[in-house]
Design a protein. Structure first.
Length: 311
């Protein structure tokens, strides 16, 4: 097992982690707006996060008749807070907020909680469209979550540890993405899934009037949308210590390489949004169970054989 490679920083550094996460989410929103503007033949878009935030803050907060407001807002606020819980175990170079022995399990537990959060938003609104959106997300979740779990297992097997810092340290000389490309791809699919993003955004699509966000307005909508982008940014950041060597790289300090790699992965995820069509939950369930799950299990088998051979 690799030696300790990370230093746990005082809790006050969580403020800096929050600012970094907000910055990454801002970048994702702005880049998404720029790509959307260019696709429509326009220009600009970098100011979209600020103008959109100002518009929602000025908007009047509303709710549906007989809505379960507590469940509804717990779902939205949970999306916002879940990303912070994930970030807590991601090393920024040699520093981390929490060096959990089961950091990979922690990440997976939080992403599973998204199932409940999105569904609560669909249920709590007391709206048909919102509820349909919630069930659509559950159908997607049933298809991507198990392959995602097996994708997370592969780097843990190779490193002999569930601690995120140990996994990053085990990639000295060769990043895991080089010989675990299937696990890396399945992991990114899972990230887009629990972020309700790209091909997995049918829970929010126009044919059901916006789905789980159909009745959201003002601060409630702002919190939910921010949570989605923050989850996307956190998933991109987690791929760095898991598959991309953590803070390894020439010349620059480790923390800088973590941010550079995170921004690169995040940019690719945002760019792919318009390149891949929405995945119908029923069709993707077949892909998830018939293709992705066996592929992830096969990747784990290959990694296990390599580890046994080298051991």
């Amino acid at each position: 097992m690799p030696e300790e490679t990370v230093v746990v920083v005082p809790a006050v550094w969580a403020v800096l982690a929050a600012f970094i996460l907000f910055g990454l989410a801002f970048f994702a929103v702005a880049l998404d707006a720029v790509l959307s503007a260019r696709a429509q033949g326009g220009s600009g878009g970098w100011s979209a996060p600020l103008s959109g935030t100002a518009r929602l803050l000025r908007q009047r907060r509303r709710k549906t008749v007989a809505a379960d407001v507590l469940l509804w807002r717990v779902g939205g606020a949970g999306m916002f807070m879940g990303a912070f819980l994930m970030v807590a175990v991601i090393p920024l170079g040699q520093w981390t907020l929490f060096d959990l022995d089961v950091g990979v399990v922690w990440f997976n537990a939080v992403d599973i909680a998204v199932w409940a959060l999105v569904w609560l938003m669909g249920w709590g609104a007391n709206s048909t469209h919102s509820l349909v959106g919630g069930y659509r997300f559950l159908a997607h979740g049933m298809a991507y979550e198990l392959p995602l779990m097996f994708a997370l297992v592969a780097p843990a097997i190779a490193a002999g540890s569930l601690a995120v810092g140990d996994i990053a340290a085990a990639q000295e000389g060769l990043w895991f993405v080089v010989w675990m490309p299937v696990a890396f791809l399945v992991f990114l699919i899972g990230v887009t899934g629990f972020s309700v993003w790209g091909p997995f955004a049918s829970a929010l699509s126009a044919d059901i009037a916006g789905g789980v966000r159909a009745e959201l307005s003002a601060v409630d909508r702002l919190v939910f949308e921010a949570g989605r982008y923050m989850f996307l940014a956190t998933g991109a950041a987690f791929s760095v210590p898991l598959f991309l060597g953590g803070g390894s790289g020439p010349w620059l300090p480790g923390w800088a390489w973590v941010l550079i790699k995170t921004v690169a992965v995040l940019a690719v995820l945002v760019w792919l949004r318009r390149k891949i069509p929405l995945a119908r939950p029923d069709r993707f369930m077949e892909i998830g169970w018939v293709i992705l799950l066996p592929a992830a299990v096969a990747q784990d088998l290959v990694v296990s054989l390599v580890v046994l051979w080298e051991g």
